[in-house]
Write a protein that binds this ligand. Structure first.
Ligand code: HH2
Length: 285
């Protein structure tokens, strides 16, 4: 342990841009598994060139209504891509999964971060695995499961409830032996939230900072942007950048995005503005 860094071998401490690399059948034109893997590796390399600090690789969709896939299927999609990219890039690779079995194989193949959108609820063995492997950890809030989370989600106090949940999950992670500096929390935009819930989370983002760990937000191309701005999914880049900039201004340490090149520029600018104001420095521990 002790060797893990959110920045990998990069010498920087900028706000992190996590590039999304989905290796799911619908994410690349279907030319069969080999071409899908080739396309994913090429896109991963391209994102590093565009300024990604982390590549987040996923083999199971968590979109509303998405069907779960088995561990073998998930591993068949992501492992070849992780093996090849980890040999070629200096930035850390994160595995977006809620199965400890998939996470273990991914970490052995070269990933160093686990992004668990269920925050150990999908697989209680995840915390021990991450601790044992000395990996980084992203834990996200989701109300319900991808199959049912957008069916009329409701909260008494959306920020208070998410904060409480994340605090409890951070405590579990610490108990398992994961160092505080290895943990990043995410309020889970779009995961069991209405448009108003997402807006309130963004408006009160600072409330998550006193959890004492890094803070990630993932607004990229999400449907609340589409609903507010009346934009189809392929036209949400600029609106996503606006959300990223505001999130950085309100204390985010990292953003998870599909469109890395523009996000890198927007996030760096927002971080410079934030630094010039003297508040909300990046969480350093
Ligand atoms: N959003 C998605 C997937 N994983 N992980 C974190 N930590 N935060 C997020 O906001 C987040 C996430 C969903 O987005 P996308 O990757 O575009 O879709 P899919 O799950 O279908 O791959």
């Amino acid at each position: 342990m002790g060797t893990f860094s959110w920045y990998g071998k990069q010498k920087t401490d900028r706000v992190l841009v996590m590039g999304v690399l989905n290796v799911t059948p619908d994410s690349f034109s279907d030319g069969g598994a080999f071409f899908e893997h080739e396309a994913a590796v090429a896109r991963g390399l391209e994102m590093v060139g565009e300024g990604a600090d982390i590549l987040d690789i996923g083999g199971e969709s968590t979109r509303p209504g998405a069907e779960p896939v088995g561990a073998d299927e998930e591993l068949g999609r992501v492992l070849p891509v992780i093996e090849r990219l980890s040999a070629q890039v200096d930035v850390p690779i994160s595995i977006d999964t809620n199965k400890a079995e998939v996470a273990r194989a991914a970490l052995r193949a070269g990933a160093t971060i686990v992004n668990d959108v269920t925050a150990f609820r999908g697989d209680p063995r995840m915390a021990d695995l991450v601790a044992r492997e000395g990996a980084g950890l992203v834990i996200m809030h989701m109300k319900g499961t991808p199959a049912d989370m957008q069916r009329d989600p409701s909260y008494e106090d959306v920020v208070g409830e998410i904060r409480h949940f994340l605090a409890e999950r951070v405590a579990l992670a610490l108990e398992a032996g994961i160092p505080r500096s290895h943990i990043m929390v995410d309020p889970g935009l779009g995961f069991g939230k209405t448009v108003e819930h997402n807006l309130e989370i963004l408006r009160r983002l600072e409330a998550f900072r006193d959890l004492g760990v890094r803070l990630l937000v993932g607004p990229s191309r999400k449907s609340f942007i589409g609903r507010l701005a009346g934009l189809e999914v392929d036209r949400r880049v600029e609106a996503t950048l606006a959300v990223c900039a505001v999130a950085v201004a309100r204390g985010a340490d990292a953003v998870r995005v599909h469109d890395v090149a523009p996000a890198r520029r927007a996030v760096d600018m927002a971080a410079w503005l934030r630094a010039s104001g003297g508040d909300h420095e990046t969480t350093t521990e």
